[in-house]
Design a protein around this ligand. Structure first.
Ligand code: SF4
Length: 382
């Protein structure tokens, strides 16, 4: 007997939907990278990349729909393959001294802050490079958060674009780039996020972008020694060192990074740093009452800096609840500055900005509802 042909029942289980292609964040690409993406991945002519780049980095566009000189078909193609990762301004606080602290929310629900500091001759933005910080300096509120994650280049430059837009509106200005100076002294250790910092600097300095001069950008570090060397070789902006102590014992107590690279190693890196002609390294020194503000400290500081082209910014400490340090009295700060001046070290007492809105040095720590003090990434140092 012939067996019946086997009837195969068609498998009607729906196929899984193809995984959506990962969108490329074009706001994090240099012009060169964007040109490659546009020509190699989208098959479009290279000059289109300049149009997109200028829309994002000069006009501050946050969506492809704003790019009205691109055809509708091209904008559609961009939407299918690319994105501009948002950074949304969700709060601003104004100080009596004109400083404005902006809080931004990232797409994954994190919060970062940037501080706008206008003065007579410049408009400066203090920019963040990480959500939280792994360096755990004991006088700093950001340090209590631990490191949550690095900011992307797009998120770093978006702080600048948004504040440019805000200042233009606020001060009724025609100029498309009212900010004149950038300091990377906000949340995070910039050299701990070096690759993204470098890409962001390249965008911020580019002629088709905001075109900031290298003379108007300063990056501050706690002293990641191997990264200082790379920073000097691979960028041309100014360097600031957050020193804050005159002995290893003091520094290791407040800045754990000093246990890995002590003051001698740090000063050696500074001596080797490829300074442009006429430039000096800025040393930031937060004055902590009775801890690092004695005459002996000032004399040791002169000794440390004697063979480095240096200037010192003395920063009266902004007291943070629970961190246990007190600010140095004005007369003590002046006496400290005077000793440095007698030792031929240019020193300035920095005016405190935005103290009333917790926007001053060491006060940025918007938790935005996050758990406190737990780093989600290991604080690996290079
Ligand atoms: S002072 Fe700077 S490096 Fe130190 S914890 Fe604060 S943000 Fe991080």
């Amino acid at each position: 007997m012939m067996s019946e042909p086997a009837v195969s029942t068609p498998d009607t289980t729906p196929l899984p939907a193809p995984a959506p292609a990962k969108l490329v964040d074009v706001s994090s690409l240099t012009l060169e990278g964007l040109t490659r993406f546009v020509s190699e991945q989208l098959g479009e002519r290279a000059f289109r990349s300049g149009q997109i780049y200028r829309w994002i980095h000069q006009r501050g566009a946050t969506s492809f729909d704003e790019m009205t000189d691109l055809s509708k078909a091209f904008r559609q193609k961009l939407k299918e393959r690319a994105e501009i990762v948002p950074l949304v301004k969700d709060l601003e606080q104004r100080s009596v001294d004109g400083t404005i602290k902006y809080r931004f929310k990232t797409r994954d629900g994190r919060y970062i802050e940037s501080v706008y500091m206008p003065s007579e001759d410049r408009k400066t933005l203090c920019v963040s490079t990480q959500v939280g910080c792994a360096m755990a300096c004991s006088f700093c509120m950001t340090g209590t958060l631990g490191l949550k994650r690095n900011l992307t280049p797009g998120e770093i430059v978006a702080q600048v674009h948004t504040v440019n837009r805000e200042v233009r509106k606020l001060e009724n200005l025609e100029t498309w780039r009212p900010l004149s100076n950038l300091v990377f002294m906000g949340m995070g250790e910039p050299l701990h996020n070096f690759e993204n910092l470098k890409t962001a600097l390249s965008i911020l300095q580019s002629e088709d972008g905001p075109n900031f001069s290298h003379r108007h950008i300063t990056v501050s570090t706690v002293g990641l020694v191997p990264m200082i060397e790379r920073f000097g070789q691979e960028t041309d902006v100014k360097l600031a060192i957050s020193l804050n102590a005159s002995t290893d014992e003091q520094r290791s107590k407040t800045m754990p990074v000093n246990r890995k690279w002590n003051i001698a190693a740090l000063m050696e890196a500074c001596r080797k740093f490829p300074l442009r002609q006429g430039r000096r390294i800025t040393f930031e020194y937060v004055l902590l009452r009775g801890f690092n503000d004695t005459d002996e400290d000032a004399h040791r500081l002169i000794e440390l800096l004697k063979d480095v082209p240096a200037k010192v910014n003395l920063i009266p400490y902004n007291e943070n609840p629970g961190l246990g340090f007190q600010t140095t009295m004005e007369e003590r700060a002046e006496a400290f500055r005077e000793i440095l001046a007698q030792g031929h070290i240019a020193a300035f007492i920095r005016q405190n900005r935005g103290r009333d809105i917790a926007g001053a040095c060491g006060q940025l720590a918007n938790r935005g509802g996050e758990g406190e003090g737990k780093a989600t990434q290991a604080p690996e140092l290079p």
